[in-house]
Ligand binder design. Structure first.
Ligand SMILES: Cc1cc2nc3c(=O)[nH]c(=O)nc-3n(C[C@H](O)[C@H](O)[C@H](O)COP(=O)(O)O)c2cc1C
Length: 312
């Protein structure tokens, strides 16, 4: 085994080099975390999805606990593009880690306009949350189908020269086809994936536990789904895949990297332990030193799979 004193945790996501592969998942990261750890240890900063105008979000209750994770139907409350440009961007400019701005919209035109407007100095990449309802496709999320994925990513690509990441939904039955469509339309990376559609009922009141009835499941319960989809997408495309879903331990991170993820995003684990991301970076580095791994290139996509992952 090689003697590795200084393991190299850097990863490349297209044109961007990140100091390490650990970054927050959109919607689970905020300025408050700066009180508990140095946010510049992170590979990148991914902000909560913004939409163009101001929005209140969904009716309460907006979250509920599950046995191994949580359900949320926050509904993307947004203070709009002006607040982002005037208040948020200056705050994040003081950090070294690249800033990834997550955007979303319910129509192609609105999405394209927002993409153009957030393509500002200080933004390192745009993450398109295409897992949200598209009113031009009966409310189905853009990323449910290859054609709507292709259309929206093409429209976004035309509006920005910044690296463009497409965040997919695990609720599609055609993950590889959707991933290929995003790549063909010019996405620089994929984030795999958003929450799994779920529901919970309170038997005493017989009411859904979420004000929105259905919501997005996250946390350890969805890890095998996100891992499977990361593997499928990484096999299908040439652009980097960023794994996301249920990651809370160092071994979870390694599983995603081995399955083909070039980096990972951490969401619900931060709610359980606000310093989880900082811990994962330290633990990953120690693991690399202990195992003689000098660079993550030795790990990423190193899965020994007997076939391309066909399931019958
Ligand atoms: C409370 C909450 C809010 C979220 N908000 C967003 C959001 O604004 N945009 C987005 O793309 N994903 C959002 N997500 C999804 C996460 O970014 C992530 O894809 C998902 O939670 C799976 O990762 P995890 O199991 O590590 O939490 C949210 C998740 C949670 C739990």
């Amino acid at each position: 085994m090689k003697d590795v004193q200084n393991a190299d945790l850097r990863v490349r996501i297209g044109a961007l080099t990140l100091e390490n592969p650990i970054m927050p998942a959109s919607g689970t990261f905020s300025e408050d975390l700066a009180d508990v750890f140095d946010l510049d240890v992170l590979g990148a900063h991914v902000l909560k999805t913004i939409m163009h105008g101001t929005r209140a979000g969904n009716p309460t209750p907006r979250v509920c606990d599950l046995q191994s994770g949580m359900l949320n139907a926050i509904g993307i409350p947004s203070k709009g593009i002006d607040y982002f440009r005037d208040e948020m961007l200056p705050y994040w400019a003081d950090f070294k880690a690249p800033l990834v701005v997550s955007i979303s919209a319910h129509s192609y035109d609105e999405f394209a306009r927002l993409c153009s407007e957030v393509s500002l100095a200080g933004v390192a990449a745009i993450e398109a949350n295409i897992s949200c309802p598209n009113i031009e496709a009966n409310g189905n999320a853009f990323a449910m189908r290859p054609d709507t994925t292709h259309e929206v990513v093409t429209r976004l690509r035309a509006e920005t020269d910044l690296p463009l990441w497409a965040k997919l939904t695990p609720n599609t039955g055609e993950p590889a086809e959707v991933a290929l469509a995003a790549q063909a339309a010019g996405a620089d990376a994929l984030v795999v994936a958003n929450t799994v559609l779920g529901m919970s009922v309170d038997i005493a009141s017989r009411r859904p536990r979420l004000g929105n009835v259905m919501g997005g499941m996250s946390g350890p319960a969805i890890k095998p789904i996100a891992l499977r989809m990361t593997y499928q997408c990484a096999n299908a495309v040439d652009i980097p895949v960023i794994g996301c879903g249920g990651i809370s331990t160092r071994d979870d991170v390694l599983e995603f990297l081995i399955a083909g993820a070039a980096a990972v995003q951490i969401g619900t684990a931060t709610f359980q332990s606000p310093t989880a991301m900082a811990r994962l970076i330290t633990e990953l580095e120690s693991w690399m030193q202990e195992h003689g791994v000098a660079s993550l290139d030795e790990i990423i996509g190193s899965i020994e799979a007997p076939n391309a992952g066909v399931f019958e």
